[in-house]
Design a protein around this ligand. Structure first.
Ligand code: ADE
Length: 244
């Protein structure tokens, strides 16, 4: 899968995506992350890519021309159509299902804005998806683009060494993940739950399911409405709520 990022800070994207699992995935040829500097497509002798807003107001607005030319330069190497994601606090809030859907694409283009915004006409011309990573405002689109790239890339087959872990973890079925433990068996007086040492797989499975349900009930009760629950799950949850 190929990620293309239009940005004023390509080094941020390149360095951020070169480390850890994304870096390994790129080395293995499973993904590519390329950052294109919008400033390289300025036609202004000072390399400016922004100007004052028509109608007045604070801040500067990114001009359409440099973004358009940067886009055309990458588009010519992409066969067929590619979705263009503008990361903006005004967009639809990103979530796991969106990551799963986007992971099916061959190419994804991210447009990172800065300053007070981007000229609306270039958004109308190029953008297919407006996506936010949450209800807070960041200084630019690079971190949101990296958050999305990380969430999408890890779903590409082969990127995680253990593919099962992508399927079973938090949010896959709208339940939070159960707690995990490793050695030592006792740490500063806190013991690993006995059931995990028992070797009894059915009991371990049941304990983990109950932990997931309890956590979701306490921390993200909103998720429970969307989770697929068995009769046994519901009975367990009812008992938990009675106890509250
Ligand atoms: N740009 C600035 N803030 C953002 C956010 N919360 N999500 C996506 N893009 C942004």
């Amino acid at each position: 899968m190929r990620f293309h990022v239009l940005t004023l800070f390509p080094e941020m994207i390149e360095q951020g995506c070169r480390t850890s699992i994304l870096g390994r995935a790129a080395d293995a040829g499973l993904i590519t992350v390329s950052a294109t500097n919008i400033r390289d497509f300025s036609e202004n002798k000072h390399g400016h890519v922004d100007d004052y807003p028509y109608g007045g107001g604070a801040g500067m607005v990114m001009q359409p021309g440099p973004i358009d030319r940067a886009y055309q330069s990458i588009k010519q190497n992409i066969p067929g159509k590619a979705r263009v994601i503008y990361v903006t606090p005004q967009g639809t809030v990103f979530h796991q299902r969106m990551a799963e859907e986007l992971a099916k694409e061959e190419d994804l283009i991210f447009l990172c804005g800065h300053y007070e915004g981007v000229d609306e006409r270039i958004l109308e011309k190029l953008v297919t998806d407006y996506v936010s990573i949450g209800d807070y405002v960041l200084t630019g689109g690079e971190l949101p683009a990296m958050v999305m790239i990380d969430a999408i890339a890890r779903l590409v087959p082969g990127v995680l060494s253990n593919q099962v872990s992508a399927e079973f973890e938090s949010f896959h079925d709208n339940l939070l993940e159960y707690p995990q433990y490793t050695r030592p068996e006792e740490y500063e007086g806190r013991r690993v739950p006995e059931v995990l040492l028992s070797g009894h797989h059915a009991n371990i499975e049941q304990w983990r399911r109950e932990q997931s349900l309890t956590r979701t009930l306490h921390w993200r009760p909103d998720l429970l409405e969307k989770a697929e629950l068995t009769k046994k799950d519901r009975e367990y949850l009812a008992k938990q709520t009675d106890r509250k």
